[in-house]
Write a protein that binds this ligand. Structure first.
Ligand code: GUN
Length: 294
């Protein structure tokens, strides 16, 4: 069994990004700049936005956080987005989700200029992904594809089972892995809450991606010898073992599954760091205006 070290790969990519920033500066260019809009004071969102800001700092990107109380109206938020859309200093814009109930996340996402949509949530980016056109890929699928690529894990002709059909992980990943590309060319089965025979489907899978948020859902009896297991689950559970008082649990019963598979991502230090670094890769891409949207 080989451990897929997401933390190590993310560190390597960050070093590559930092090099690219130096090159841009040497050529008289400006630092890539990511802006995040944070509404309200959800503690998890605060943590995520802070991490994104720190990640930017680490590779030499500029970052800005626009904070608003949850009393901001939908229209006021649109005005902020319009303002940032027009600001040439800012390359990438994310609106941290979830948003308060009176604001439609769908409308907010559609208000973002697709050329700055480094979360890859805008329907234009999702449509482009569907068609295999240049686009911003959402961070977790991009991170997983990057891991498969860097570990040279063969995907062509493989049976891949993805458990969980969210808009930001399972559904886009099912498209990416079934496309005629590398990584890709898998036969993908996308499982969800109404799928009847998940254990049987998993038993027949060469690659299993769990993205359902149920700690220790995938057990050794559900996988075949030599399967590749990618664990996207990050459920916070209370723990006396850590300083923070909680720890992250994946969807995979790691101790037993790791004995049977060929490759596995741990939680933490697997997919999580790759999700974070993917946002940076997208921000660099946005700053270079590599994708033409007209
Ligand atoms: N909330 C949880 N994950 C994400 C993410 O990837 N992007 C944004 N904008 N909000 C989130």
């Amino acid at each position: 069994m080989e451990l897929i070290d997401g933390k190590k790969i993310a560190e390597e990519i960050k070093a590559e990004l930092a090099q690219q920033v130096l090159k841009i500066r040497d050529n008289g260019g400006k630092n890539p700049h990511l802006a995040a809009i944070l509404v309200g004071n959800d503690p998890a969102s605060e943590t995520y936005v802070n991490s994104k800001k720190n990640d930017c700092h680490e590779v030499g990107f500029d970052s800005s956080v626009y904070r608003y109380t949850e009393t901001i109206s939908e229209n006021e938020l649109f005005e902020v987005i319009d303002f940032i859309n027009k600001d040439d200093e800012i390359d990438g814009l994310i609106v941290q989700l979830p948003l308060p109930k009176h604001i439609s996340a769908e409308k907010v996402i559609q208000r973002i200029n697709p050329a700055k949509d480094v979360d890859g949530f805008h329907p234009i980016n999702i449509g482009r992904m569907m068609l295999g056109m240049p686009c911003f890929l959402s961070a977790t699928p991009f991170g997983i594809i990057t891991l498969l690529d860097r570990y040279k894990i063969e995907t062509k002709g493989k049976n891949c089972v993805i458990i969980g059909r969210s808009n930001i992980v399972g559904t886009p990943l099912s498209i990416l892995l079934s496309r005629n590309s590398n990584p890709g060319n898998c036969t993908v089965t996308l499982c969800h809450s109404h799928t009847k025979n998940i254990p049987e489907l998993c038993k027949n899978a060469d690659i299993i991606v769990t993205a359902l948020g149920k700690p220790e859902f995938l057990t050794a009896d559900m996988i075949r010898q030599g399967a590749v297991v990618i664990d996207v689950g990050t459920t916070r559970v209370i723990s006396s073992e850590t300083k923070s008082g909680f720890k992250l649990k994946g969807d995979v019963k790691f101790d037993e599954v790791s004995k049977k598979c060929s490759y596995i991502t741990p939680v933490p230090k697997g997919v999580g760091p790759m999700t974070r670094v993917s946002l940076l890769m997208n921000t660099l891409k946005a700053s270079k205006k590599e994708i033409i949207f007209n």
